[in-house]
Design a protein around this ligand. Sequence first.
Ligand code: HEM
Length: 584
Amino acid sequence: MTSIKIDDDAEPESIEEAGILEADVGARFDQQLANIDPKLKIDIDPQSHRDLRPEMMFIREELRQAKGQTLALCVKCAIVLNNYCDFVQIIKMLWEIALCAIIIYLIKHFFFSNVNPSMDKLPGPPRKFLLGSALEFVGYTQTEMFEKIIEFPKLYGNRIGVKVFNRYILHVYTPKDIEVVLSHSRNITKNITYEFMKPWLGTGLLLSTGAKWHKRRKILTPAFHFEILKNFAKVFEEDSRNMVNDINSRLKRGADVLDVMPFLSDYTLYTICETAMGTKLGSGDTQAKLDYKKSTLSIGSLIMQRLTRFWLHSDFTFYLSSLGKEFKKCLKDNFAFTDSVIEERRQQKANITKELKETDGKKRLALLDLLLEAEGKGEMDLEGIREEVNTFMFEGHDTTAMALTFGLMLLAEHRKVQDLIYEECISIFGNSDRTATTAELAEMKYLEATIKEILRLYPSVPFIGRLITEDFYLDETHVTKGTEVVVHIYDVHRNEEYFPEPELFRPERFLMNGDKTHFSYIPFSAGPRNCIGQRFAMQEMKYMLSDIIRHFILSPEKMGFRPKLKTDLVLRSSEPIYVKFSSR
Ligand code: HEM
């Protein structure tokens, strides 16, 4: 309710003056009445008009219409009301100007603040006004996404520029470009895609950057020292022997065809828990273990779905959505398991300290022990331990499980390769059933070449990303700060120039090339942020594959079967991979 007070002293002196005022005020009213908020109630006290002469009154019909009531206004009232309306108009106008300024700022910030003509020149998928290529993957399944990404170099060439809103994303495929990106000592920050993993892995070794990453890498590198891997040999041996026994008992029950992915994933999980975490899981599925495996698979898939829906990129919208709610539930299950692993090791801490004393500190600590030791020295807190344990549990078991899965699929179709590995094993062990020493594993050159070839065709991490923090050039392309770069490992491994007939599974390539593949072969990435666990992974895979081939002949369930691949945190098959086992 707006009350208009009349200052009687300001009453016009004469009818003429009132007439002039009315004409003036009336004209201005006519302009403004259209803008008066119809909800505005104007209450003019009729008592205050009682002494006014009738000539000094005028009725604005428009006001009556606008307010649904007849108002008799004296000229002074009209002036006051008019001034009031002017004031409201000014405020409204200022608000509109501010709103426009905010919108212009946001549009500029989100769509136009990042302009890089040399990136704009690069070929790439079509761009829509303002959105760029933001709609490119909307509605795609993970399998369709993978197929589309693989098509990119065929459509647009070997250096591709993509713009999504204001983000430039450079895709590189050639060893020459990849070398520049990965060797850069200061461009070590991961790109925005990895942000979606942070609620899960925190800023552990995989996701951290700058000083934190340097400090953590220094603390954790000793956990992958050659001597430590030697200590792990016993666990690798035991787990691969258990795996062989498990397959044997299945064969006795007549179950000779295995869905290999979940099977292998169990064993790589046992191995990472027992080696890096110092915790024996025991065979058989507990609910916590099942929840961990299920939630790890779901987390990857939910992150991929979020990635393709740009409106879920903000935490606010994501956690309101059903995907976000499911994601939270998966994190809870995942953390419950990893927390129990930490707790169990913490309980054994007294034993570790005793062992350290007995060996004069010469005993090398496993990863989790190093973390607990760092906690004791005040270099790390519980949150820090948790993010590293989550990082290593995931990176340390899913990557190797997928490599072994694709490995068994390829070996099953290539009997000759199996025979060559078998012969290599016989040349070392003869008829003995004993397991290999680390020195003997190092001698298995053909097996090593086979694993390399498996990882060439099916690199567990098919793409990696960086956020550029320091400008550099790729020939004439100026890659500026803020640009994201995606390195296509899967594609560079299929470059015909380096790997003739790239789709063929041919381990001999690595016997001839040795290690002179440079940046054309990077399953473990390269440069400062390469895989810290690569020797661990190679050793684990050697133990498992050699033990399988020494005991079984593999054959495919369906000859020529190639599963559809899907984009995920690691390279996955979209359908089960079955392999038939028979005893040698
Ligand atoms: C076949 C097996 C494996 C493959 C193909 C693989 C591949 C890779 C690749 C490509 C990266 C770089 C990721 C990036 O730049 O975003 C990486 C990083 C990493 N990997 Fe592996 N990995 C394997 C096994 C393992 C194992 C067994 C562990 C641990 C025991 C491990 C732990 C890590 C960690 C912690 C990083 C982050 C390193 C850093 O940024 O400093 N990986 N891995």
